[in-house]
Design a binder for this molecule. Sequence first.
Ligand code: HAM
Length: 420
Amino acid sequence: MAFKAPRGTRDMLPLESDKWNFVERKFRELCYNYNFAEIRTPVFEETELFVRSAGEESDVVKKEMYIFKDRGGRELALRPEGTAGVVRAYLEHSLHNNAQPVKLFYYGPMFRYDRPQAGRQRQFYQMGIEIFGTKDPASDVEVIKFTADFFSKLGFKDLKLHINSVGCPECRPLFQKDLEEFARTKISLLCGDCRKRALNNPLRLLDCKNDSCREVMKDSSPINAYLCSSCGTHFEDVLKLLKALNISFYVDSGLVRGLDYYTNTAFEFLSCQLGSQNALGGGGRYDNLVEHCGGPQVPGVGMAVGVERILLALEKEELFPVKDQPEGVFLAVESTDLWEERFNLLYLLRDNDFRVETDYLNRSLKAQMKFANRNSFRFVIIMGVEDKSKGIVKLRDMVNGEQVELSFEKIPAFLRKKIE
Ligand code: HAM
């Protein structure tokens, strides 16, 4: 039986890679503008890091992690998200001793064992940013503005920003108590998982994926009513700044996000083009996570976007730039006897930074021209047997059909001028 990519994973084929590169380029450009520096962390970490950060009761940890023991008996997990590893690296390399805030970005594969569907995979890519060392509401807004700018650079026009505050360990307990009591009165209507959640981590009742549980919990009192004064002020300041920057938002009091580490701001960007997996990205503030992972009290805020979902939404909205103009040079030869001249010219042009291809299948000259045309080469150099003695080649511009005769040495300068 032929091998297939594992369920929930996808191959990225060359045609698609242009689209990935387009999204990645926009992200990197924006990271540069916003002064975020790149960090790369391993795709697996100690399992305990994710249990401690995302929370034992979160779906991500409880149901979706790829966990394994290595041959040395270490308990490891493929990362289900990027923030925990970045926090671990921030601490391991004592980045808290650097001038703060420390602003980092990352891009890489994440792994969650969930039921695959459109926009939900078991291996997916995230692009994320994190800011450590400031509680300033302006840094929450910087993360949100970055995300909004990123989406608008990609061409999206009508994404929805949902925002909420999930409070802090001071104000959340009372909310959680009331939530638990509310859940008890509806316990027969809740799924098995939510019955356990009601006891162990009532906040998680609010992000059950089960529609009937969502319907029941819709009537519980919203967290906003419980915020302590500092959380309330922080949230108001964030909203004020968003308004000042003309960023539209919707305060969604049911938004708590699926990871336990959030404090205060939580947000998501939603696309109406996608079905149930409509969150293109999300994030929030996590002021106790660094300490919780064994470090000093350092606040943080960040977000991550899902690349596959972005690609799906771009596709649906037909936002990919039209296919690139023809480019590059195809070096066609009349006879394989000309191999020495051909390879000299091929490498001369590549040394001069041109994108150049030649024929390796002994095709006829006509077939080589057809190949060049189909593969959108802008120029074709034709090396004929008769031309060899004269030391020249023919160079055809495939866009307008113009053809000139040139000696080898003149080709780089000629091409450069044409391309400019
Ligand atoms: P998250 O909301 O779990 O947040 O994931 C961020 C984004 O990753 C989602 O909005 C979605 O676009 C994409 N995503 C998540 N799961 C899948 C999946 N199974 N298949 C395809 N795409 C998926 C986090 O991971 C946080 N670490 C974000 C953050 C950074 N918060 C603070 N800093």
